[in-house]
Design a protein around this ligand. Structure first.
Ligand code: 4AD
Ligand code: MG
Length: 465
């Protein structure tokens, strides 16, 4: 009988029928004159059996791992006592190699695994993607972006697409990628926040999913030079509303992924001990966090006035306790988050550590207080295993206070005229946040580094493939 062309994902209705499937040879094993071949077509994996093949013919078939093949056969339920993806297997009666892969000693098909040299894995990322874990992370990433979009739609936030090419900075000049833009200076965007703020009077609450770029010369597990930044901005809210909203969105997204059978299976495959976080999330002020670090003996590297690490005679960094005003560095933040073991909203950071646009805590930080003590309505959401996955704040709504902020940071207000105008033409209390999609995924799928959570990661020195 004629065979029906099908994808592995949708085979269920074709039990007992003849089907034709195209794909890649994912696994290959031969036993006497039977070949067991696991076929991969991007939608799933299928156990197939090619029988009646004498060993010498098998060798002549050019069947190698990663070759593309066409297989035609009858779909049978998996015999009792055996398991196979989908609960069925294909008994093949016709096959054809479409594009052979090198096989034999080939480095990728035979020698590459997750323990291989990271720089080889990075060079061969285009082939690594074919692996079960790498493809599962990307599948989960796709579902995660869909879940965020669905959740925002339910809460009436509108999606916009701000530009990547900009002439203003958001998170400090030190991490800007500078470009020659038709003879003018321009940058790759660090955050779409300022643009989202301009959408409030036009579209109401908004969000975007946009690449952000950071020229951060840090080779850490959680820094990329380009990452996918999910940002949202909300009008007429309080700081408390903002934290409640972030918590609700994250929990709703996790709930959607966890209730869906196929995404829950991906999460369990990648992170077997995953459990959705309990609500409400713990809230900890920055000042209390400094006290917590000191009570638990977590110190940080001492720096001189120029920001260079002070070392002893053996070159070991000098460790010192934290004081209010210190940035909580990645290592200390990670130790604290892992010790507490639950999501934490770390909030109310000193103005001196934060960007020019952040609103001060009312009655605490106005006037002549030094920036190290003036607190802001800012929050970071920290997750076990990763640390900061969200950074958010209330924004300055008063025009004079904003002009002060530019001055404090040494920013020329001229290119920001359109941002300043938001305070001139009907200002409002508003706030928002940015979430790094790769960091969210590293937490959800328990990946060692966020480099595993994007298609082609970029970090200092790496922009290939
Ligand atoms: O804390 P950040 O720098 O905050 C902002 O950019 C705000 N303007 C966002 C806003 O309020 N709309 O970045 C936000 C998040 C971080 O919490 C982190 O998850 C992620 O973006 N992120 C990075 N992810 C990967 N690599 C990097 N180099 C990142 N820098 C920030
Ligand atoms: Mg941050």
């Amino acid at each position: 009988p004629a065979a029906i062309k099908a994808k592995i994902l949708n085979l269920e209705p074709y039990r007992g029928k003849r089907v034709r499937i195209f794909g890649w040879v994912h696994r290959l094993r031969s036993q006497k004159d039977i070949i067991f071949l696991v076929l991969r077509d991007g939608t799933g994996y299928l156990q197939t059996i090619l029988s009646g093949v004498p060993a010498q013919t098998y060798a002549a078939l050019t069947l190698t791992l990663e070759s593309t093949v066409e297989l035609v056969g009858t779909l049978q339920p998996t015999p009792e006592g055996k398991t196979a993806p989908g609960g069925h297997e294909l008994v093949v009666d016709f096959w054809r190699t479409i594009g052979a892969a090198p096989g034999g000693d080939d480095a990728f098909t035979n020698r590459l695994n997750e323990k291989s040299d990271p720089s080889i894995l990075a060079d061969l990322r285009h082939l690594v993607l074919r692996g079960e874990n790498a493809s599962s992370v990307l599948r989960l990433r796709s579902a995660t972006l869909s879940a965020f979009r669905a959740t925002y739609a339910e809460q009436h936030l509108l999606e916009v697409t701000p530009p990547c090419l900009v002439q203003t900075q958001v998170e400090g000049g030190a991490t800007l990628f500078k470009l020659n833009y038709y003879g003018q200076p321009a940058f790759l965007t660090q955050s779409s926040q300022l643009y989202l703020e301009t959408c409030l009077p036009s579209l109401g609450d908004v969000f975007c999913v946009q690449e952000s770029f950071r020229a951060e010369n840090s080779h850490t597990r959680r820094h990329l030079s380009e990452y996918t930044h999910l940002e949202a901005e909300l009008a007429f809210i309080t700081f408390d509303d903002l934290m409640n909203h972030i918590e609700a969105i994250i929990c709703e997204v996790v709930d959607k992924l966890w209730k869906n059978e196929s995404t829950a299976a991906l999460i369990q495959q990648l992170n077997p001990s995953f459990a959705p976080p309990a609500r409400p999330f713990m809230r900890l002020t920055y000042v209390d966090a400094i006290a917590w670090l000191n009570e638990h003996g977590i110190e940080h590297e001492a720096e001189d006035a120029q920001g260079n690490v002070i070392t002893d005679a053996e070159g070991k960094p000098k460790m010192v306790p934290h004081v209010v005003g210190d940035d909580i560095a990645e290592a200390a933040e990670r130790k604290m988050t892992d010790a507490i073991g639950t999501p934490i909203f770390l909030h109310s950071f000193p103005a001196g550590l934060k960007a020019f646009y952040m609103k001060k805590v009312p009655g605490n930080g106005g006037g002549d207080q030094p920036a190290a003590i003036a607190l802001t309505e800012s929050c970071d959401l920290l997750m076990p295993g990763v640390g900061e996955i969200v950074g958010g704040s209330m924004r300055i709504s008063d025009i004079d206070e904003l002009l002060e902020g530019y001055k404090r940071e040494g920013i020329d207000p001229a290119p920001y005229y359109w941002f300043t105008d938001q305070r001139k033409y009907g200002t409002c209390e508003h706030g928002g946040y940015g979430l790094g999609i790769e960091r969210f995924l590293a937490w959800l799928a328990k990946r060692y580094t966020i480099r595993e959570c994007t298609l082609y990661p970029r970090w200092p020195g790496r922009a290939t493939p």
